[in-house]
Design a binder for this molecule. Structure first.
Ligand SMILES: [Zn+2]
Length: 177
């Protein structure tokens, strides 16, 4: 594994599972990166499994709400569903999550906040990042101007070069001299 050394370092700095409520009370912050290879569900939509997600997550309180803010950044390689070729997809998203413990609570959140549904006491840090990246990916990735859809038209326009035949008028021109 290419990232073995890297991920071992990460584990020292970043806990694998976190308690967002406790971290919000302590106003903890995490900044770092994680190999994309650790994000199993994301891998299903990636053409190239390599790369990193860089992130900063700040835990804090707004009134009674426990919040997670920050950003996620990654350069993903998706597969165009039109030509099956690679698409470089740059993710650079602000994170604004409010920790909730039920769907009802989530419904009460202002629209500017996404819910972070806490079903157990702790949640995997990688899961939070993975969710943010999945939200930033189109459901059907496609090139803006995909070659596959343009190709048939291009082929018509570029009819194979006709072999160079002597121009009959050139002969005429010669004769006029
Ligand atoms: Zn394409």
């Amino acid at each position: 594994m290419v990232y073995r050394y890297h991920s071992r370092i990460m584990v020292e700095h970043l806990p694998e599972r976190i308690d967002p409520l406790a971290l919000a009370e302590k106003r903890r912050q995490f900044k770092g990166s994680l190999p994309l290879s650790q994000l199993v569900r994301l891998q299903e939509v990636l053409l190239n499994p390599d790369g990193l997600v860089r992130f900063e997550l700040k835990f804090g309180k707004v009134g009674k709400l426990s919040m997670v803010t920050g950003y996620v950044e990654a350069e993903l390689e998706l597969q165009c569903q039109c030509c099956l070729g690679p698409i470089a997809w740059l993710v650079s998203n602000q994170v604004k999550l409010a920790v909730v413990s039920s769907i009802d609570e989530a419904d009460l959140l202002p629209e500017s906040c996404d819910p972070l549904l806490l079903e157990e006491e702790t949640i995997s840090l990688a899961d939070i990042l993975q969710e943010e990246l999945l939200l930033a990916i189109p459901s059907i990735p496609q090139h803006g101007q995909c070659d596959a859809s343009a190709a048939p038209r291009e082929e018509l326009a570029q009819t194979p070069d006709t072999p160079k035949r002597p121009n009959p008028f050139a002969v005429l021109a010669e004769m006029k001299k």
